[in-house]
Design a protein around this ligand. Structure first.
Ligand SMILES: Nc1nc2c(ncn2[C@@H]2O[C@H](COP(=O)(O)OP(=O)(O)O)[C@@H](O)[C@H]2O)c(=O)[nH]1
Ligand SMILES: [Mg+2]
Ligand SMILES: [Zn+2]
Length: 282
């Protein structure tokens, strides 16, 4: 990823050193002054505006990202899932998938779910199957949070807030009524918040931020974020292979043999084709 200019010096998740100064105007008599910020293991950014070169650090030192997905309520297409996974990997944040609303799935949805599990588990992504509504498998998810900073992401309406409320019943995040999209339209200045979860761990809620914000990556970089392609890259005939049309391409060969899932290779091709080689997720 490229170096970025950022507008905010400190973000949620930052580890800092601070000094306490005597301060009579403060109700507890002291004010904390941040004197140093530890080097960030990772961070998520978003552009202050579409045209701006300046970015805001949304959150730092995130241990894991949970991408919440529903097969059909709303439909989450593989292309979307892959965008989230690739963004997370570009940010160096381990990601896993949470399939929510299992209570609504019919036989056809379950078939689709099986396909998704087959694809993503074979690549090495951990998948969870839950229902926030029925409180099903939420305890398994809660175990995963212990001692870590976790971020929940996914399309609007998939049940992120509902899951967070289940994970820690002392949270009372609004669900359903206000769509993320509506909030975004109002240009509210929304900062990420971090909640301590009962039983250990922290959750980051990023209101009004779709996905992981904005990522710029070079065309040749995109394949690095597909774990199932990574091991093949040095077997392509050309060092600058884009894995689209080149002869002697190991990635294309693997896709043709079904060793790379078809939907994943399609996602790759659509990212490559996008925006003149510059992949941008807003
Ligand atoms: N049937 C069912 N509905 C759910 C489930 N989880 C969330 N919902 C509903 O889906 C809608 C969107 O949920 P919300 O948590 O606001 O989604 P968010 O936009 O991802 O935060 C709400 O009406 C929830 O009640 C679930 O597991 N099963
Ligand atoms: Mg929500
Ligand atoms: Zn290739």
């Amino acid at each position: 990823m490229k170096e970025v200019r950022t507008t905010n010096p400190v973000a949620v998740g930052d580890r800092v050193e601070f000094e306490l100064l005597h301060d009579e105007t403060s109700k507890d008599g002291v004010t904390g002054i941040i004197s140093a910020i530890e080097t960030r293991r990772n961070y998520i950014i978003r552009k202050a505006s579409n045209l701006s070169k300046e970015s805001q650090i949304v959150a730092a030192n995130v241990d894991q990202a949970f991408i919440v997905v529903t097969v059909n309520y709303p439909v989450t297409l593989p292309g979307f899932i892959d965008r989230y996974l690739i963004s997370a990997m570009a940010y160096s944040i381990p990601a896993c998938l949470v399939f929510n609303k299992l209570d609504l799935y019919n036989a056809k949805d379950y078939e689709k779910l099986e396909e998704y599990l087959q694809t993503y588990e074979s690549i090495g992504y951990k998948c969870f199957q839950v229902s926030a509504e029925k409180n099903f498998n939420i305890d398994i998810l809660r175990e995963e949070l212990k001692g870590k900073i976790s971020l929940f992401s996914g399309l609007s309406g998939v049940g992120k807030s509902s899951i967070l409320n289940r994970l820690d019943p002392s949270l009372t995040l609004k669900t359903g009524v206000i769509s993320d999209h509506h909030q975004q339209g109002k240009h509210t200045t929304t900062f990420a918040e971090m909640f301590e979860v009962e039983g250990g761990g922290y959750l980051i809620d990023t209101p009004g931020i779709r996905g992981f914000g904005v990522i710029d990556m070079e065309k040749t970089e995109i394949s690095h974020y597909f774990p199932e392609m990574f091991g093949l890259l040095d077997q392509c005939r050309f060092f600058n292979c884009t894995h689209t049309h080149e002869p002697g391409c190991a990635v294309k060969a693997a896709a043709e043999k079904g060793e790379i899932p078809a939907t994943r290779y399609e996602s790759y091709l659509s990212l490559i084709a996008e925006d003149n080689g510059r992949y941008r997720q807003a």
